[in-house]
Write a protein that binds this ligand. Structure first.
Ligand code: COA
Length: 152
């Protein structure tokens, strides 16, 4: 179904394209400096999906004490529905498989059925709601959680 997509760590040189994708993906986009801040954290995992030089999507994950926190994931609108976000998240689980102490968590708008379905299909469950979490429209956030894989 998918043509070959390569994943690699994001770099500062990717920020222009990240900003472009971000603006196409969110009503209240992150600023460039928010991305630069996440990319600069040595403990974070920031991945891009590429076809050649073209960035199709990205995943920004921060390491917290008890969890890997999925801060941001977005895919180019013309590439959606082809498994790019799933591939990025599956790579996150591979990279962090040796870390039995941290599960995975994220917030998602209650209206974002596509994203919620994606996360559920990857093993996330809803553990709570943050009322009025999104400041643009006071929408609630679901808090989702996925346990660390038990060591094999
Ligand atoms: C959410 C988002 C990142 C998904 O990226 P994507 O690459 O299209 O997702 P995938 O193709 O990997 O889809 C994986 C799953 O998502 C769901 N999905 C994807 N597109 C869908 C659609 N149009 N309708 C319903 N479900 C859909 C399906 O469950 C799909 O599983 P399947 O492959 O078994 O059918 C993308 O839609 C996006 O960038 N949205 C805007 C930003 C955003 O909302 N990010 C999440 C914030 S928490």
């Amino acid at each position: 179904m998918m043509t070959a997509v390569e994943l690699r760590r994001l770099r500062t040189a990717d920020l222009d394209r990240i900003e472009e994708l971000e603006r196409e993906s969110y009503p209240t986009p992150w600023s460039r400096s928010m991305f630069a801040g996440e990319l600069a954290k040595p403990s974070g995992i920031c991945l891009g999906a590429f076809q050649g030089e073209d960035m199709l999507g990205y995943l920004i994950v921060a390491r917290y004490v008890d969890a890997w926190h999925v801060m941001n994931v977005a895919v180019d609108p013309v590439w959606r529905g082809r498994g790019v976000a799933r591939t990025l998240l599956e790579r996150l689980f591979e990279i962090t498989a040796e870390d039995p102490d941290r599960g995975y968590t994220l917030e998602v708008r209650v209206s974002n059925a596509v994203a919620i379905h994606l996360y559920e299909s990857l093993g996330f469950v809803t553990t709570g709601v943050r009322r009025g979490y999104y400041t643009d429209n006071r929408e609630d956030a679901l808090i989702m959680w996925k346990d660390a894989e038990p060591p094999v």
